[in-house]
Design a binder for this molecule. Sequence first.
Ligand code: SAH
Length: 551
Amino acid sequence: MKSAVPRALRNARRIVPRAPSTKSLSSSTLPCLRLGNNHLTNTAIFLSQHRNFSATTRLQDIDEDKDRKWSTPLAKQLAAAIELTGPIPLASFMRMCLTSDIGGYYTGAIEKDRDQFGLKGDFVTSPEISQVFGELIGVWFLTEWLAQGRQTKGVELIEVGPGRGTLMDDVLRVCTAMSSRIDLIANSCQTIQSFPAMANSIDAIYMVEASPELRVAQKNLLCGEDAPMTESKVGYHSVCKYNALPIVWTETIKSIPIAAEKMPFIVAHEFFDALPIHAFELVSVPASKSAPPSSTDNSSPSTKTTTPTLQWREMLVSPTPPGSTHESLNTPATQSRETPPPDFQLTRATSSTRHSLYLPESSARFRALKSTVGPGALLEVCPDASLYASDFAARIGGSPQHPKSKPSGAALILDYGPGDGTIPTNSLRGIRKHRRVSPFAEPGLTDLSVDVDFAGIAESATRASEGVEVHGPIAQGDFLELMGIKQRAEVLAKRASAQKGEEAGRGVEKAWKRLVDRGPGGMGKVYQALAILPENEGRRRPVGFGGDVVQ
Ligand code: SAH
């Protein structure tokens, strides 16, 4: 019997139309490309990148407050940089806060033995809540490997942003089982009792990780504490406890070689929400008002106008006035006031920046905001998300630079963000000890997260490669239920009850239900899943997106 696909899911499946005439985003044209931490933490380079932004904050405030106590060493460093350059783009601020090695949240090693994850940390993620999450992603890869012809070599498992390594551990347990069963797949009576292991077809595992500490934690989990790690030009290497597979750690996906015969299976869970965004607001510039862009920008036409024009203005980060308090800054009620007052704030640039001239024009969805919303429209653009989505698509479907005669592999992106194509606005969040805090308080100690623009990811992927199609996004709850979370979790709960008592069984049940819960505290509706697959004119839907297992 075929699985019944709820109507909502049938509608949710979508292949984004191609835009062949639109100029593709390429790494050479995109500003703020992630080059790896070391490239970005050198203050001289940081300053040279941001010298041309117009200042909207009274920079003399900084002069007046030489003795100001900044909440973290990174805050002090950022303030010193802004003093020289003027306010910086939000993306530059986020990048420094998250991955700078002078105190970035993931890379700065600010506190000894710090763990961002779990009850004692700042947040908890789905793989840390229940092992079933990672197992079902492993099952999803298996179903794609089967459906795409059981390639016998050249398979690569790639994870971007692997955290503690838990998800990859759960994936590998499934993918390397010699005779696994995937009769866990819900709604599918086409169960497969056993199949030849995928393990032998796997060439290597790649982990894209910015944090040296997390890289070691991942190595310890996947290879063992005693396993050595060696360094090469590509990255760091060790050998996995599952089937002695080689694992390679890189700082960016660009360091992973691309080859036509490879079949990459890529997973990104809660990774895109940590990529830096640029934020813009649309303003009406009065007639005859001259609004020249920065002095070094020769690309824009004269802006002397006779009728009002709509122009994008970039949101920039500058220090808060000296002596600010949560009260004076009006810290919103949704943010805890238990942090020190924010060191920084967002201000709107008074004239164009090179980002505001280029990024809002980079997609028809963004350009439409001028007519659909008009003055006051807000826009968030994540160039790094486009780069990653384009890279995934090129690996799977081939690209002009890396042609592939037969597209193969798959990418699964799970993250927080709107599933209806809405462009995220005002979505920057600060997270500390499981509470929402100001994203501008205690830079480097506060996790930053934004809503992921899934429609933008789909657009970037289909633009980058003729050889891919996109399915979803669909709500995580729907995806996991179609993947059979209930059946798998019930088996685990029974086993836990039998082995460790009823309390343990109830724990397993509570955990999986949280992953699919569509209520306010749950993760089933606010998290989405999106798949990038080899192009086949939409004839075969992947499992979890309304399709069945193909053997
Ligand atoms: N996927 C994991 C962890 C999510 S947290 C889970 O679900 O539990 C984000 C992860 O992405 C961390 O491992 C962090 O170190 C990594 N990360 C954040 N920004 C990155 C970047 N720009 N490049 C590479 N890794 C990054």
